[in-house]
Design a binder for this molecule. Structure first.
Ligand SMILES: [Fe+2]
Length: 287
């Protein structure tokens, strides 16, 4: 069974959707059993652009619950956008880097309404699980937090929290009580191991005020420990994720973790990752 994996496409305009269409053509030609998109399909909250991306998927007959699963990442719901291309993007990044939690919650609901309107079962508010005709099950856990406090300010250090992940206790309880005995493919947006944190040290006059700006990307370690304990018990055979803009396969307690956070990056060749679940040991193949 071949799984295709996209993540972090960060679509921002119609040109980016054209690039997605090209990727979808390549994927459709390989005829994978399932395509997963593990978040940050959009660079920032943009319902019309989400509709355009869904049009592209539907046009290639990939929009089917047995063949496609989509989950949101932090960028899909945020106002800021990620990587500035124009001056206006830079101002948006600075002025709108934080969204109040009720807005994030409303956007999350709307994100799934837009997808579910196209057909049931492709995406749903996490946690959710669905059986596939192959006998595998797909489960999704939401690792995107909503913060009232977007910044932590210490002695000459600012920690920006918008990229940090979380694993909520209630979602772990749900996973812990999951029924069914098929092998489990578990999807999350954040990399559930220990990623590097982004750090920037200002120079010049600004350095007298701020020595370090830190942007942690990890799920806190205690929550990660709970995640792995429950994931193993639930029969997880593979975890797929994005968020960190790298591509690699790692292992945690015998469970492979496929990270493919560079599907939208020009420098990475807009990476598509493939996993043949019948192959042992599992490998991540890029195209
Ligand atoms: Fe991302």
């Amino acid at each position: 069974m071949l799984i295709a994996h996209l993540s972090d496409l960060h679509l921002r305009d119609h040109g980016d959707v054209a690039a997605l269409e090209h990727q979808l053509d390549r994927i459709a030609a390989r005829q994978p059993a399932h395509l997963v998109i593990t978040g940050d399909l959009l660079d920032r909250w943009d319902p019309p652009l989400l509709e355009r991306a869904l049009d592209a998927i539907v046009a290639r007959d990939l929009f089917d619950a047995d063949r496609l699963t989509i989950l949101h990442g932090n960028h899909d719901l945020s106002s800021s956008g990620g990587h500035p291309r124009r001056t206006s993007d830079l101002w948006r990044l600075v002025l709108r880097f934080w969204d109040p939690p009720p807005l994030v919650v409303a956007r999350r609901r709307r994100f799934y309404e837009i997808i579910e309107k196209r057909g049931p079962g492709v995406a749903s508010m996490a946690p959710f699980v669905k059986p596939l005709s192959s006998g595998w099950r797909i489960a999704v856990i939401d690792t995107v937090p909503a913060f009232w406090r977007p910044l932590t300010v210490g002695r000459q250090t600012i920690t920006v929290r918008h990229a940090v992940g979380c694993v909520r206790e209630r979602q772990l309880e749900w996973l812990n009580g999951l029924d069914g005995d098929g092998p489990l493919l578990l999807l999350v947006h954040h990399f559930p191991l220990d990623p590097p944190q982004f750090q920037w040290s200002p120079t010049g006059a600004l350095r007298h005020l701020v020595r370090d700006v830190r942007v942690p990307m990890a799920i806190p370690e205690k929550q990660r420990q709970g995640f792995w304990r429950v994931a193993a018990k639930a029969g997880t055979r593979l975890v797929l994720c994005g968020h960190v803009h790298r591509a690699r396969l790692e292992w945690k307690d015998g469970i492979p973790v496929g990270l493919n956070g560079q599907s939208g990056a020009d420098w990475a060749g807009r990476t598509i990752a493939y996993y043949d679940l019948a192959r042992t040991p599992l490998v991540q193949v890029h195209e």
